[in-house]
Design a protein around this ligand. Structure first.
Ligand code: FMN
Length: 144
């Protein structure tokens, strides 16, 4: 049995749809338990994210997938508040060797999404997580 936690922020629902799609894909693998954890503004007080129940689910997961809209070329402040609060986990290397991946959504076709994904990748590397990419060929190359 493997567990995948998808932690994400979404204001208008687009990133939420992506989170649901990631969950559907993970659930299609037999023996996989999926937790969807949505970051909400109510969990952020004086700029600090705090939700011990959600953190416990993340600590128990084998894999964590991070999701956020791209805001001004980077992760949303709401997801960043969660990431910064999780520095307490980082200080004990509590997520070391967990699988990590990420997704983002933006208005623009590019929208500077690459920078958001790189920020999430750097966060995962700081935790000592193991980043997993799509592993699919680029569309239109004839290799897909
Ligand atoms: C504060 C703010 C900053 C944004 N910055 C960008 C941006 O840099 N690039 C872009 O393409 N879209 C940007 N957008 C648009 C959002 O990425 C887009 O609406 C996204 O679908 C929102 O995701 P959500 O529906 O999950 O909330 C921004 C939106 C907001 C509210």
């Amino acid at each position: 049995m493997s567990s995948v936690a998808i932690v994400y922020f979404s204001a208008q629902g687009h990133t939420h749809q992506l989170a649901e799609a990631v969950a559907e894909g993970a659930r299609s693998v037999p023996g996989t338990i999926v937790e969807l954890i949505r970051i909400v503004g109510e969990d952020i007080t004086a700029g600090r994210w705090n939700n011990p129940a959600a953190l416990a689910k993340l600590n128990a997961a084998d894999a964590i997938v991070f999701g956020t809209p791209t805001y001004m070329g980077g992760p949303s402040a709401q997801l960043k508040a969660f990431i910064d609060a999780a520095s307490e986990v980082w200080s004990k290397l509590g997520w070391k060797d967990k699988i990590a991946a990420a997704f983002t959504h933006s208005l623009g076709l590019s929208g500077d999404k690459l920078n958001t994904l790189q920020a999430l990748w750097v966060n995962a590397m700081q935790h000592g997580m193991v980043w997993v990419g799509l592993g699919t060929p680029v569309e239109g190359t004839g290799l897909d």
